[in-house]
Design a protein around this ligand. Structure first.
Ligand SMILES: Cc1ncc(COP(=O)(O)O)c(C=O)c1O
Length: 387
């Protein structure tokens, strides 16, 4: 029996990298030394204190109980303290913070709380798949806006058609941005907040890369700006900051009405992240000062080495102020998928084609700084042979 999938399921886009993983596995099976720069999943370890906290929590029988959405009070407290310390943002730990099973889960559930069939959610193209997937699953209409170099990869709000704006209930933004590695200036955040206040739109800011920033740059929280409290909710993640992608822990922060709406949806879908993981998350946030700057320095050194070696072999590369990615123009006239496929088939280097996260990313490819410097250098010299 092969039951017909629902209309919503059928509306979901096809998996963008069909064929790539299989091709990589086939190459590896043939002994090719593949360098995988495709996924944003670093090779580095989490802080030792996090592992210790998890080990202790696992021994404690109370960790094995249902977390429910209240979760671990210590984690909520650390999140609230972190928001204050890093951004000067006050957030009540009970009503304005919500632990998530990774930020992806929260991002994907947001449209269920505010988007009706026929409503639009405006989002970046290319962009993280959860924005589009969550919107489609909720019955909404994704309005994908290309992020292009002529706009510094900012989503141009003033170019949205009036008819679309009238139907827009949600705006997804993500700066520092995956995949373009762009950051947004203060004026842009202010413009986005004004736009959302004027048009009664929920501003969803995805801040997964808030801590991976270089050269003294501190990416701001959208909640730092005047008026943001009325319209904005922000999503944070421990995945990239603490090399904890597989642990699945993040949080949402924003005003009590927005947090309450997301909590209501989640109540029917999940029962919270394992309390042991939340204890580890509290330990991670506590370790920020002694641990995060050193981890960021590793990414900065990788960025510098990758940018220098890619430029030396002939690529045109901008050095980003944040994220673990380089967003590089495809050096030929071929579609980004074809170029990425040649990188893999001919040189054993897996990169992400720009169009892999949306057609607006066509003309670019992404490199993730997820391997040591010498491997990045090796990858750059291999890629240079394709020029
Ligand atoms: C822009 C962006 N948002 C959210 C996430 C999801 O992070 P998490 O592991 O917290 O679900 C990612 C992960 O790659 C990302 O790149």
């Amino acid at each position: 029996m092969s039951p017909a999938r629902s209309r919503v399921a059928q509306s979901l886009p096809a998996y963008p990298l069909a064929g790539f993983k299989e091709a990589r596995l086939a190459l590896q099976a043939n002994g090719v030394d593949v360098i995988d720069l495709g996924a944003g999943d670093a090779d580095l370890a989490p802080p030792p204190t996090v592992v210790d906290a998890m080990q202790r929590a696992v021994e404690d029988p109370t960790s094995s109980r249902y977390p429910f959405l209240v979760g671990l009070p210590a984690f909520r407290q650390e999140v609230s303290a972190f928001m204050q310390k890093r951004f000067g943002v006050s957030a009540d730990e009970n009503s304005e913070v919500l632990p998530l099973i990774g930020s992806k889960e929260g991002l994907a559930h947001m449209p269920f709380a505010f988007v009706n069939p026929g409503d639009v959610a405006v989002m970046p193209d290319p962009g993280y798949q959860a924005y589009r997937g969550g919107t489609l699953l909720a019955g909404g209409e994704p309005w994908m806006v290309p992020l292009r170099p002529e706009n510094d990869f900012l989503l141009p709000l003033d170019q949205l058609p009036a008819e679309v704006v009238a139907r827009t209930r949600m705006l997804f933004l993500n700066y520092p941005n995956n995949p373009t590695a762009a950051s947004a200036p203060d004026a842009y955040f202010r413009q986005a907040i004004d736009f959302c206040r004027e048009h009664d739109v929920v501003l969803v800011h995805d801040h997964a890369y808030s801590e991976i920033a270089f050269d003294g740059y501190r990416p701001p929280s959208v909640l730092e700006y005047e008026g943001a409290r009325e319209v904005a909710i922000e999503f944070h993640s421990l995945s990239k900051t603490y090399n904890m992608t597989g642990w699945r822990l993040g949080w949402a922060v924003g005003n009590a009405a927005l947090i309450g709406a997301l909590t209501q949806i989640k109540t029917f879908v999940d029962t919270g992240a394992f309390l042991g993981v939340q204890a580890a998350g509290a330990a991670a946030l506590q370790s920020w000062e002694e641990w995060v700057p050193g981890n960021v320095a590793v990414f900065q050194a990788r960025r510098d080495r990758a940018v220098a070696t890619l430029r030396a072999v002939g690529f045109e590369v901008r050095a980003p102020r944040a994220t673990m990615y380089l967003w590089i123009p495809v050096p030929s006239n071929e579609p980004s998928r074809d170029f990425a496929r040649r990188c893999l088939d001919q040189e054993g280097v897996m990169v992400l084609p720009g169009a892999g996260l949306g057609e607006g990313g066509e003309g670019f490819f992404r490199i993730a700084l997820t391997v040591p410097e010498d491997r990045l250098e090796e990858a750059a010299s291999r890629l240079g042979r394709l020029l």
